[in-house]
Design a protein around this ligand. Structure first.
Ligand code: 13P
Ligand code: ZN
Length: 267
């Protein structure tokens, strides 16, 4: 029997990850097994869930994350395709619980699907979010083509320059991604160094972080909102690239126009 049986709130949460997984595939941001989703489902873990036996031995996180003691997560499985997860999130991912030593986890349901290779980054970020008293419960890593393309130029690896350019392409970006984009220099995918650099970027006040020549990492209250932020930013990057493709540097909204948005929408 699935862990989702009789747990409507948990089912809704995990199926919103499945819906986003479908969008990631449709957007062309999820080639092969590209990208991952992790949801903090601790608030939805009931007594019966807590009594469930593990499907795996304890598995090392590679980090000690003290605030994750007793926490529960839904994680995309490593090497699983977003387009498959969209149809069946419990075959494309698994539910895990963090063990009391805060260094290991075990897989609890529905099948022994090994979590994403980017688990160190996701879990380190969730540990950080709890430390900050954040209401964010979802983390998303994806490969949005145009945003990744930007990170191939030193010019756009500057956080201020990239944020200003993206904000200035279309007013919604200023309104819906009010913190802009952080930058993390290229690091080996799945490494703890990448996890630490991602936290450092969140510390600088960003909730969307670009991983140079790799992808984007975003956090938000729920997975749909995390997707929305990346979608809005990638749209801005597409407008920039479309203008360059037509042979001109886009003008961009003026400082005054962006300031007007900030005041009007209390950003
Ligand atoms: P996983 O299949 O392990 O989730 O990895 C995908 C990815 O995008 C790594 O950066
Ligand atoms: Zn990736």
């Amino acid at each position: 029997m699935s862990i989702l049986s009789g747990r409507e709130a948990l089912r809704a949460d995990i199926y919103s990850a499945a819906e986003v997984a479908g969008y990631l595939w449709q957007k062309g941001w999820a080639e092969r097994n590209g990208g991952n989703i992790v949801l903090n489902i601790t608030e939805l873990a009931d007594e019966r869930m807590r009594a469930m036996p593990a499907l795996s031995e304890p598995i090392s996180i590679g980090l000690e994350l003290p605030l994750l003691k007793g926490c529960w997560f839904y994680c995309k499985g490593t090497q699983k395709r977003m387009r498959d997860l969209a149809r069946d999130p419990m075959a494309g991912g698994s539910v895990i619980r963090i063990l009391p030593d805060c260094r290991h986890y075990e897989i609890v349901a529905d099948y022994p699907v090994m979590p994403t290779s980017e688990l160190p980054s996701h879990l380190a970020v969730h540990n950080y979010l709890i430390a900050k008293g954040s209401v964010c419960r979802a983390s998303l890593h994806t490969h949005p083509t145009e945003l990744v393309a930007l990170t191939h130029s030193g010019k756009w690896l500057d956080e201020k320059a990239a944020t200003k350019m993206l904000w200035s392409m279309i007013p919604e970006t200023r309104a819906f991604c009010p913190h802009g984009v952080g930058m993390v220099p290229y690091m080996l995918p799945s490494s703890t160094a990448l996890a630490e650099a991602t936290i450092a970027a969140l510390e600088r006040g960003f909730d969307v972080v670009m991983w140079e020549k790799h992808g984007v990492f975003a956090v938000d209250t729920d997975i749909m909102s995390a997707f929305d932020q990346v979608d809005v930013l990638n749209k801005a990057a597409q407008i920039y690239i479309a203008a360059r493709g037509m042979g001109f540097e886009p003008e961009g909204l003026s400082e005054e126009q962006m300031e007007e948005m900030k005041v009007e929408f209390k950003l």
